[in-house]
Ligand binder design. Structure first.
Ligand code: BMA
Length: 842
């Protein structure tokens, strides 16, 4: 039995206030119930210790009952876990003074998923949606000694039951369950369908006067003055006169006398902030956050207060017809901003073990790669508060999908009601975050219905097709947009990403676009140059993760193509084949497994780099590029640029360069070479653009310097030449073109260009020399070469950290200093540093 004390509840209170977001749950006399849980499989006699928040797979792992599900092919042998029912139990005592409170509610911030909850033997809840909170009035049931028992039904069985009851099959059975879709298996993720108390459990007593929610909106910004409005929802036990006060950085900014009625009261206040400091995305300015405190005063006493961190900014999606179709861009504080980023998936199959350090590092890595937007993809979860707080602090806008992906969904009343509650709670929870830019109905449902052939595959009658499409429209064209409009009216809503399938020309003329002709359609990377839409919200190519990541789940004997254990860690049915097909086009196929993983990363970074350059060159026709995908949920061969353990693949280094606010791009169209510079800056820069052709030994064959002015927010060609003309007397397999530009602050931007496929280049032994010294942030490597060194890969394998640059080409006469940023001590770093380059494997 646990005796609950108030110190832990105060901790929770402090935590809730600190995160600074709207929380519809009351806060006074809050008692956390996360400790001393036990669990067992239904039918077993013995209970084992459980962790809350937690999940049954993790509890089973801790108890030594199942092995690491990520290891080799263990995934297959533990599928039984999802087919069983599980019981979680907690016995706790309550202090007498807490029991004297009126209106005590039991709160579950999240139950995964089908959970019958019994308090002291009474069934108080039948939960069926992982994405919502539950609050149950329990005052009458509570005693000094209590028992909470939760019966989790097998999600796979419940799913099947629901599917069988339905009039016809839906494309994916998982569609019947409001649970993170990816847990049913995806083309980058294992099938590990969890159950458990995945978020906090607590009791709280309602205050007499309580602020339920406080919502701050930036209505407009005029010059340096911002006009905000606040909507404060107050619960009052009685009819009373009172006062609302709002403070910013401890200064009273507005107060209002109010007449409270018993029940829920909604108060609106207009706030004017002179000399407002605006919130900007990464790269464009500061992420200023105002600390607001709202107080409710009755009878001269402060009865409740609520804290928010607010970014003052306006953001909207602009869709205007033009001669080519319709624009699709985000305007931040009245300025069109090109979005650079990636698609985000959950960071683990076992969500509760992702700690704050992992969240922090991931968002930092997005920022370091010069991103300003992430799309939270609809097959995962609505992220936790920490995620959005980090995005607020780092200037990363969020494209927020509702959690629906790749299937049609039921349209019955019960299902729609469940989705309504889920969406309402999530909108209210997230609407104060300056980072949240857009609500999007789903991932690839509209596209799938119109292009994936479900009608034929599932043999739907005309009537069924009509009903399915009507259910779609009810949810995504009526229910969700109405909720966004009532609870977060300033935020744009977009029904489905993408709006039109990639096989249609129109998908490049309006809306957002997922371009999968490369990878799924086997088209060459160069096709990215033609398939540029108004906003590229998905496109991608797979690569292997770091070798150390594979080592964590494979035996040495598994490290060959294609061992059964490795096969488990590639979820795309043609993944290996597609990688090899593309690799053959550009590189020689390496024989050693480790070299293969390295070349796969070069391949991915080359392809996606091409796409990003093309998208950015096409600004302002194209106004955003979010590649698929930022991260992984387990060790896997996937489209990610950062693997499960946080290792940057070659792509993430490439992206950092390609997303910089100034980007040089070299593009070849038939015989012509064009040198472009794209600027996302607010100011123009004047400098010298240098273009030079050299051989691999570093001899300069020709050079040109141009004085140029780079206008703000622009994309332009600055130089062009004919290949036939300029390369007439040189072998295209033995020369490299370099364009470089120095900005007003002396920062250098450059780009190399080769006139032949990498596999045909005449590379010779580079003759590298390196030296390593210790510096405050970690280590600094000085590296020089005698001949061109292609794709140098520096590796302090086993030590966690990142390089300032990696997988780069090094030209003779241009030594580089590279930092390895780490907090770890590396003995003999000079000897430990491993270096690879392409010549070695040619
Ligand atoms: C995209 C995503 C995911 C998928 C990815 C790669 O369209 O929406 O469904 O994992 O393709 O196939």
């Amino acid at each position: 039995m646990t005796k609950i004390n108030f110190s832990s509840s105060i901790m929770v209170l402090v935590l809730l206030l600190n995160i600074g977001c709207t929380n519809p749950i009351s806060k006074l006399y809050q008692l956390e119930l996360n400790n001393n849980w036990q669990f067992r499989m239904v039918g077993d006699s013995m209970y084992l210790n459980a962790k809350v928040p937690g999940l049954v797979h993790l509890d089973l792992m801790n108890a030594g009952i199942i092995k690491n599900p990520f290891y080799r092919s263990n995934e297959d042998s533990i599928q039984w876990v999802a087919d069983e029912d599980w019981e979680y139990k907690n016995e706790f005592e309550l202090p007498q003074d807490f029991l004297t409170n009126k209106n005590i509610e039991l709160h579950f911030e999240g139950l995964d998923t089908y959970a019958d909850v019994y308090l002291n033997g009474s069934l108080i809840l039948e939960a069926d949606n992982m994405f919502r909170q539950w609050s149950i009035e329990v005052s009458k049931l509570l005693k000094a000694k209590n028992q909470l028992l939760i019966y989790f039904h097998s999600p796979t069985k419940k799913n099947l039951e629901a599917a069988q009851k339905y009039n016809y099959p839906l494309p994916e059975q998982r569609a019947f369950t409001r649970k993170a879709p990816y847990q049913f298996g995806w083309d980058w993720g294992p099938k590990l369908t969890t159950s458990g108390i995945w978020k906090s459990v607590f009791l709280s007593a309602k205050k007499e006067f309580e602020i339920n929610t406080s919502y701050f909106k930036t209505d407009s910004i005029n010059g340096s003055t911002a006009f905000l409005s606040a909507e404060i929802e107050i619960h009052s036990e009685a009819e009373k006169k009172g006062e609302l006060k709002i403070y910013s950085q401890n200064q009273l900014i507005i107060s209002k006398k109010i007449n409270l009625k018993a029940g829920i009261n909604l108060e609106k206040l207009d706030i004017k902030i002179p000399e407002a400091e605006l919130w900007w995305t990464n790269g464009l300015g500061k992420q200023h956050l105002y600390k607001f405190k709202t107080e409710i005063i009755v009878d001269g006493k402060t009865k409740d207060s609520f804290k928010n961190k607010i970014g003052i900014r306006t953001v909207k999606l602009v869709q205007k017809k033009d001669e080519k179709g319709e624009s699709f861009f985000f305007e931040l504080n009245g300025i069109p901003v090109f979005m650079k980023g990636a698609n985000y998936i959950p960071q683990d199959n076992f969500l509760t073990r992702v700690d704050s350090a992992k969240y922090k590092t991931l968002i930092e890595n997005a920022k370091l790669a010069n991103m300003n937007m992430l799309r939270i993809w609809g097959g995962g979860i609505y992220e936790n508060d920490l995620f959005y707080n980090l995005c607020d602090q780092n200037g990363i806008l969020i494209w927020q999908d509702f959690m629906f992906a790749g299937s049609m969904y039921p349209g019955d009343e019960q299902f729609i009601e469940s989705c309504k509650t889920e969406a309402t709670q999530q909108i209210i929870r997230l609407r104060n975050h300056p980072s949240v830019a857009l609500w999007c109905g789903n991932n690839e449902v509209d596209e799938a219905w119109h292009n994936w052939g479900w009608q034929q595959q599932l043999n739907y009658s005309e009537e069924e097709q009509k009903e399915i499409w009507e259910s779609y429209q009810l949810l995504f064209h009526s229910t969700l947009p109405k909720l966004v409009n009532s609870f977060n009216p300033q935020r744009s809503y977009w029904p489905s990403s993408p709006s039109i399938g990639w096989g249609h020309q129109e998908s490049l003329e309006k809306g957002d676009s997922h371009y999968w002709g490369v990878w799924w359609g086997d088209q060459p990377f160069d096709v990215y140059k033609q398939k540029v839409g108004r906003f590229m919200s998905e496109y991608g190519f797979q690569a292997f993760p770091a070798i150390s990541t594979l080592d964590s789940v494979l035996l040495p004997a598994d490290k060959f193509l294609i061992s059964p254990a490795l096969q488990t860690h590639e979820k795309h049915n043609r993944g290996f084949e597609i990688i090899e097909t593309y690799m053959k086009r550009e590189y020689k196929i390496p024989e050693r497994f480790e070299d293969y993983t390295y070349v796969s990363q070069l391949l991915q970074s080359k392809g996606i780099g091409k796409a990003i350059e093309a998208h950015r060159r096409a600004k302002p026709y194209c106004m955003g590029t979010l590649y698929w995908q930022l991260n992984d949920c387990w060790p896997v061969i996937s489209w990610s640029s950062i693997d499960y353990y946080g290792n940057w693949k070659a792509l993430h280094y490439e992206v950092k360069k390609d997303f910089d606010d100034l980007m040089i791009s070299i593009d070849q169209q038939n015989d012509s070479i064009f040198v472009w510079i794209v600027s996302d800056r607010f100011n123009s820069s004047e400098s010298e653009l240098q273009i030079e052709l050299s051989d691999f030994a570093g001899n300069i064959l020709w050079i040109i310097n141009l004085d140029i002015t780079l206008p703000a927010n622009s994309s332009q060609k600055y130089y062009s030449f004919s290949v036939n003309d300029k390369l007439r007397s040189f072998d295209p397999k033995q020369v490299v073109l370099k364009a470089s530009f120095k900005d007003n602050d002396g920062k250098i931007f450059d780009r190399l260009y080769y006139f032949s496929k990498t596999k045909n280049l005449f590379l010779s032994e580079p003759e590298l020399t390196t030296s390593v010294i210790e510096i405050t942030e970690g280590y600094e490597i000085t590296i020089k070469t005698k001949n061109l060194a292609k794709n140098i890969f520096l590796d302090f394998s086993g030590y966690s950290g990142r390089f300032s640059e990696n997988y780069f080409d090094l030209l003779p006469n241009e030594p580089k200093k590279i930092k390895f940023i780490t907090s770890e001590e590396i003995p003999n770093p000079d000897e430990y540093l491993k270096i690879k380059n392409l010549f070695e494997i040619y």
